[in-house]
Design a protein around this ligand. Structure first.
Ligand code: ACO
Length: 151
């Protein structure tokens, strides 16, 4: 397992990560929106009530008390594979100024560990072609194609 640089901590998402810039970190992915604290708490509390299947983790820069990286694994319950479980990795984001320090790798390792501990027989994700080398370094191999339909 990759070690975190000194002064960084990996841990589950916290209610007050709103103030620690969690949503700002997600902006490296896509448009996030301008959620109020109330809207943030509505979503945070939903995830908390479903914390047997939703796991969002964050890496914090301790000195600055700021979230610098984040990721989620969602555990899907199937009938196939004998009521098997599949982990879906989503929304991996590392602050633009903090990329290349193995924080992304560390997030993925932690999410893979959670998926394995929860009993998933596989963990999958969708990514752009440009991120394939990153996920290969994280131990993933390319399989199938992503399809999308936008409402
Ligand atoms: N091409 C080639 N190699 C790469 C790339 C890349 N685009 N990105 C990382 N790597 C390599 C690194 O060089 C490193 O290799 P090494 O171990 O040989 O030194 C290894 O992958 C681990 O890299 P990290 O330092 O952990 O990468 P980082 O912390 O920058 O995180 C990430 C990578 C998550 C892609 C980050 O750059 C990021 O947030 N990008 C913008 C948002 C994004 O694209 N997120 C992923 C969306 S897909 C999803 O969420 C399922």
């Amino acid at each position: 397992q990759a070690a975190l640089p000194e002064g960084y901590t990996v841990r589950p998402l916290r209610a007050n990560d709103y103030e620690r810039g969690f949503l700002k970190v997600l902006e490296v992915l896509t448009e996030v929106g301008n959620q109020t604290k109330e809207q943030w708490l509505e979503r945070f509390n939903y995830l908390k009530q479903h914390n047997h299947e939703y796991f969002t983790i964050a890496i914090c820069n301790d000195r600055e008390n700021r979230v610098v990286a984040a990721g989620t694994i969602f555990v899907e319950r199937k009938f196939v594979h004998n009521n098997g479980l599949v982990g879906h990795i989503e929304d991996i984001a590392v602050d633009a100024n903090q990329q290349g320090k193995k924080l992304g790798l560390r997030i993925i390792e932690a999410l893979k560990y959670i998926g394995a501990k929860k009993g998933c027989y596989k963990v999958i994700l969708d990514c752009s072609a440009k991120n394939i080398p990153f996920y290969e370094k994280c131990g993933f191999t390319q399989k199938e194609y992503e399809m999308a339909w936008y409402v």
